[in-house]
Write a protein that binds this ligand. Structure first.
Ligand code: ASP
Length: 310
């Protein structure tokens, strides 16, 4: 495995290998001295053209805790702001002899294109509305840690599906792991081509959150991505919160064992209430913690593990 561009790059066995290695990596996080020599002498550039808190800092920590040399770049403060083309920018970085670029970009497909232009390993850290594979892997890790094997488990993915790269990666990942997925969104935020209850692709859809919640093992609330919305996708924020938000009242519809996930950043009071975000069933901070371990595992498998091309 040379690149991680899409969850479609990984089969079930590879996903499980990454998740199992992440369990070992997670132990490092709880040590006093957080350092493994595994990637000594390797150089990783985290190139984030779009904002990020969790993904950027966890990729940086993952690299550092494995002793790689890591550098962080953003569009601002580089020659991108002087009008340099994406191709010239990444080829310039590549010419310095880096081993890996972790790329976040507002254009869907940018990491795949960069993989064609450069000789290093490319990790997609979120591209437009396309994919966010490391997020799907950390979500699977977090749900497995609480629920066990995801085979046959029912996961509802709820909210702004149209604009969500997290959705696309999670669908691929959860399907590979044998989970049953129901997508819930208002008709305006249901991606085109997906109609109600057409489960030919291994998932069901619904416009009714209240009908779906009582049978879930996990509910994944997705952020309303206002920055990607050109027009009015719902009448008012209040109406959205009442109809599709995980409100405090709605928590009662969840089975006792069911868990709540959200990739962050959360719009508290919109897609998720403060009570739901902080409930005992909420795994939001477990997701953040798993993010570092899972990204360490990804770096390991791409740069040092058996089958890496380096
Ligand atoms: N942090 C995730 C992403 O970058 C989810 C979100 O922004 O809503 O896609």
């Amino acid at each position: 495995m040379r690149h991680l561009l899409s969850m479609a790059d990984l089969d079930r066995a590879e996903i499980l290998r990454i998740l199992d290695t992440a369990v070992t990596m997670h132990e490092v996080q709880h040590r006093e001295v957080k350092k493994l020599p595994t990637l000594r002498g390797r150089t990783i550039i985290n190139f984030f053209f779009e904002d990020s808190t969790r993904t950027r800092s966890s990729f940086e920590l993952a690299g550092k805790w494995m002793s790689a040399d890591t550098i962080n770049l953003t569009g601002k403060g580089t020659s991108v702001s002087k009008g340099e083309s994406l191709r010239d920018t990444v080829r310039t970085i590549d010419a310095m002899g880096v081993d890996m670029m972790v790329i976040r970009h507002m254009a869907s497909g940018a990491p795949a294109q960069i993989a064609q232009w450069t000789g290093c390993s490319i990790v997609n850290a979120g591209d437009g509305t396309h994919e966010h594979p490391s997020q799907a892997l950390l979500d699977a890790y977090t749900m497995r840690a609480r629920l066990g094997d995801l085979e046959g488990r029912h996961v509802a993915i709820v909210g702004d599906l149209t604009h969500s790269r997290v959705l696309r990666s999670n669908l691929l990942c959860l399907r590979s792991l044998g989970a049953r997925v129901t997508l819930v969104a208002p008709p305006t935020l249901m991606p085109s081509g997906i109609g109600p209850w057409s489960d030919t692709d291994g998932f069901a859809t619904s416009y009714e959150l209240d009908d779906v919640l009582p049978s879930v093992d996990a509910v994944m609330m997705l952020r309303v991505q206002r920055e990607r919305m050109g027009g009015g996708f719902f009448p008012t924020a209040r109406e959205y919160a009442v109809t599709y938000g995980l409100t405090t009242a709605r928590l009662r519809r969840l089975p006792e064992h069911a868990v709540i996930c959200h990739p962050g950043p959360m719009n508290r009071g919109l897609e998720i209430s403060g009570d739901a975000a902080d409930a005992a069933q909420s795994l939001v901070l477990d997701q953040v913690s798993a993010g570092v371990a899972v990204r360490m595992s990804i770096l390991y498998h791409l740069l040092a593990g058996e089958g890496s091309d380096q």
